[in-house]
Design a protein around this ligand. Structure first.
Ligand code: 5GP
Length: 192
């Protein structure tokens, strides 16, 4: 059996990655598996342990780094995030195409270790629209929203690492574009 793809899926906070993935994950022809990250961030209302994240203490996170349990890790607006290695490897061996929903520095670490990973970056139609979406989500206070916007401005200038940039203006169009990018890569891999 062919090993599954590694798909790095990034985009600034509030751009709609979650909504896009809710649409893409059930598509059977994409054969996706979602890698649940480890984080020291507190759960948001409605987030489920083991589904959205593995919520851990700082001590446990440091231990995971020391034991080389993480494929990559990075700090983002005061919290640590990392990708547990074991699940990714196991699912790829089973032929699943594994989605890593991670930020840009983690993505760089992945691209260095696995240059054949497929990388997709989602951009908002504008910064104003991004701020509006972050506020509408209502999960962060004003200060955190401003920090996330300022982070977004820097991040948007640094997307060279990514092979594909997709604008999430119209949800249906963005979903179809990403679906096609993944299907093309699956076809390419099958030809090899
Ligand atoms: P949030 O706190 O909004 O869930 O996530 C903040 C940022 O951390 C997002 O850009 C998200 O993609 C990123 N992120 C989530 N999990 C990981 C991970 O395992 N590694 C890295 N490097 N970034 C992650």
């Amino acid at each position: 059996m062919k090993k599954g793809l590694l798909i790095v899926f990034s985009g600034v906070s509030g751009v709609g990655k979650g909504t896009l993935l809710d649409r893409l994950m059930p598509m059977e022809d994409l054969n996706l598996a979602y890698s649940v990250s480890m984080t020291t961030r507190a759960p948001r209302e409605g987030e489920v342990e083991g589904e959205d994240y593995f919520f851990v203490s700082k001590k446990r996170f440091v231990e995971a780094i020391k034991n080389d349990e993480l494929l990559e890790h990075a700090r983002f607006v005061g919290n640590d995030y990392g990708t547990p290695r074991a699940y990714v490897e196991q699912q790829r061996e089973l032929g699943k195409n594994v989605i890593l929903e991670i930020e840009i520095r983690g993505a760089k670490q992945i691209m260095e270790k696995c240059p054949d990973a497929l990388s997709i970056y989602i951009v908002p139609p504008s910064l104003e629209e991004l701020e509006r979406r972050l506020r509408a989500r209502g999960t962060e206070d004003d200060e955190t929203i401003m920090k996330r916007i300022s982070k977004a401005k820097k991040e948007l200038k640094d997307t060279d690492t990514y092979e594909h940039i997709v604008c999430n203006d119209d949800l249906d169009v963005a979903v179809e574009e990403i679906r096609q990018i993944i299907l093309d890569e699956i076809d390419k891999q099958e030809e090899n």
